[in-house]
Design a protein around this ligand. Sequence first.
Ligand code: F6P
Length: 369
Amino acid sequence: MAKKILVATGGGDCPGLNAVIRGIVKRAAHEGEDWQVFGCIESFNGILKDNVEIVPLTEETVSGIHVKGGTIIKTTNKGGPFHFPVRQPDGSWKMEDRSQLMKKRFENMGFDAIINIGGDGSQRISLDLLNIGIPVVGVPKTIDNDLSSTDFTFGFQTAVQIATEAVDKLVTTAESHNRVFIMEVMGRDAGWIALHTAIAGGADVCIIPEIPYHPEAIARKIATRYKNGMGFCNIVIAEGAKRVGGDVVGKAPTAVGDQHIKLGGVGDVLKQELLDLGVEHDIRVTVLGHLQRGGTPMAYDRILATEFGVKAFDLVKEKKYGNLVVYRNNSISYVPLEEAVKEPHLVKPDDFLVTTARAVGVAFGDETV
Ligand code: F6P
């Protein structure tokens, strides 16, 4: 009898997800009739909902999808098998543990393994599923590049490219109007997108969560960028940045099942801090938002995603469950899920990229003079 793999994509979408799906399906097809691949719609909701939504993924289904952003099997960053939101008769929501129901359905439908493509939250779910006896292999995904077990995640380079192109555009208009431009990028608690973008985009200031800033230091850097009122200043700030002694800027989650604070707005906060310090230049703020996650993945991410997909299939074939596919030291390998979710991959203040940025004149807002 053919073996069956269930594929899910969880968490925020990310350029390259479809290339992973295509990699799994095409690799499985090489095994002839022996393997079948199915997609669980909207992460695990497809197998948890009252009306199951699981679709066969064939070579025809995945043909050409490596070019497409998003995920053809949809995703969600809310809920999950252990916290499934269920509407109550009074209109309120209650979180239900549907993990045993999921296990029963998984077994009754004759699945052999799950490949769960997702970030840290999704891989914690992978681990919990493994612990209740569901064979899982994880594939790391995030534009934030904040997973410690892999040198890179697909989607990150595309996000950096999009952000860099945005900086390039902002610079021409900043220069023409002698303005200060603050561009806020994503990344959650990690400053990787901001740091890479700042270097690639020739920023004057880069503000990241790992290096809390003093607004005064930024005001001083801005001053150095102007002569007789002429000049401009290009500031890249990560959404998770905070001033020294301050806290992150964002809103509490409002959607049912969402447990994460929605970061956003630190660019505007910084603008106000600079105005309060008497900076008189025209300051404009651009929040890049989901543009960083949308659209076609660049070649690097398609390649990495395809490698991840192929490796994930091979791990399932070899029954090496409980592992996360990773890219380390220029090769594709795997690590146990427990190790993979232990701690996030954050920028170290003495990282060579930080040193490089400082060496070419990028200020981080921690400078005392
Ligand atoms: O983790 C990816 C990411 O894009 C973060 O950079 C960002 O903070 C978050 O997701 C935004 O999530 P949502 O799309 O749910 O607002």
